[in-house]
Write a protein that binds this ligand. Structure first.
Ligand code: NAD
Ligand code: UFG
Length: 352
């Protein structure tokens, strides 16, 4: 990917989080100026410091961090009034499915109000280019695989509903004012870490997702992995997902920005970011054991309510229109995630 930036300025919400940190690093390396807005609800400032260190002294001069909750419109407006942004990448949001079922209003409040504030201020300050973090969750329980962008959309839980609503809001924003250029990126299952092992995923509490859970078993923080479902109609009975390396995902955002800057009438358009390959839970466990040299004890458990049998992406549209495709496979994802886990078994925190 050739360098594209002419020093454009990008606001990255949620830039202290898992996908945000990896993307910010790539943006800096591509020559963008980056302002992060994050309330550190699910992240720590140490992660931003690590990005600065990886970027080096010259590039990290182009990175600014603002500790702000996007729902605080006044504070957010101050940032817009001080800096002219060419585009926004909007990662910020709450993302735990189970928590969203227990606390739906918290999810609607955070994810919807944040995003509405952002669109209003972007409109007011004339920045009408948006890359939005959507999710494969909007495909619900897909009837067919691979998932293609023009499938019917469906929400399975309040978290998924926020993504569905926010996709609809984006389409309406563009319909009302065709000057807007909006790309909705539907991520499949982001895993892995930066190859340095200095930044990676650091969930608070017991992880909900497969790979962080496996990682914590491998470093001895948890004793065994519950495998949810062993009677699915798949190759080995466990569920199948499309895991994608977070660095591939980060590059997908650069490709999306390139598309926004170069395409006048792009409108509001969705792209899958996945590899197009399905991997089962048991295959993932085996791959992580191989990469780490650690045994991951498993317990076969009933299916997790709401889980789909098999989900993976059609990658054609992103490949054709964004010129982007994933480079890494399961082996590299497990290698890099293990590198991060073995260097920092307690993530950004110190060992308790
Ligand atoms: P993350 O929790 O690591 O990062 C999100 C960041 O947003 C955090 O740093 C958090 O502190 C911040 N944030 C949340 N609410 C905020 C608010 N009101 N104001 C300011 N900052 C706020 O999550 P991630 O894995 O990096 O995910 C980024 C985005 O991608 C999210 O929108 C998520 O829904 C979406 N996504 C993630 C996955 C996944 O599996 N990781 C899959 C599909 C989609
Ligand atoms: N799984 C286990 N044990 C665990 C955790 C997960 O067996 O401890 C299984 C799940 O049952 C599922 C697979 O591993 O079959 C993947 O589960 P994840 O929770 O890692 O990922 P999901 O595909 O369920 O969901 C994730 C995000 C959603 C997002 C979706 C699509 O959590 O927010 O990917 O991008 F919407």
């Amino acid at each position: 990917m050739g360098s594209l930036s002419k020093g454009e300025s990008v606001l990255v919400t949620g830039g202290a989080g898992f996908i945000g940190t990896h993307t910010v690093l790539q943006l800096l390396r591509e020559g963008f100026r980056v302002s992060i807005v994050d309330n550190l609800d699910n992240s720590v400032e140490e992660a931003v410091d690590r990005v600065r260190a990886l970027a080096g002294p010259d590039l990290s001069k182009n990175l600014h961090f603002h500790l702000i909750d996007l729902r605080n419109k006044e504070a957010l407006e101050k940032i817009f009034s001080q800096t002219r942004f060419d585009a926004v990448i909007h990662f910020a949001g709450l993302k735990a499915v189970g928590e969203s079922v227990a606390k739906p209003l918290m999810y609607y409040n955070n994810n919807l109000i944040s995003t509405i504030n952002l669109y209003e201020l972007m409109g007011k300050y004339g920045c009408k280019k948006m890359v939005f973090s959507s999710s494969a969750t909007v495909y619900g329980q897909p009837e067919k695989i691979p998932c293609v962008e023009d499938f019917e959309l469906e929400a399975m839980n309040p978290y998924g509903r926020t993504k569905l609503f926010l996709e609809e809001i984006a389409r309406d924003v563009h319909k009302a004012d065709p000057d807007w250029r909006i790309i909705l990126l539907r991520y499949f299952n982001p895993v892995g870490a930066h190859e340095s092992g200095q930044i990676g995923e650091d969930p608070k509490g017991i992880p909900n997702n497969l790979m962080p859970y496996i990682q914590q078993v491998a470093v001895g923080r948890l004793c065994e992995l519950n495998v949810y479902g062993h009677d699915y109609p798949t190759k080995d009975g466990s569920a199948v997902r499309d895991y994608i390396h977070v660095m591939d995902l980060a590059d997908g955002h650069i490709a999306a920005l390139r598309k926004l800057f170069s395409t006048e009438n792009i409108g509001c358009v969705a792209y899958n970011l996945g590899t197009g390959y399905g991997t089962s839970v048991l295959e993932m466990v085996a791959a992580f054991e191989k990469a780490s040299g650690k045994k991951i004890p498993i317990k076969l458990c009933p299916r997790r309510p709401g889980d789909a049998t098999a989900v993976y992406a059609s990658t054609e549209k992103a490949q054709k229109e964004l010129g982007w495709r994933a480079k890494y496979g399961i082996e590299e994802m497990c290698r890099d995630q293990w590198n991060w886990a073995s260097k920092y078994p307690y993530g950004y925190q110190r060992r308790p």
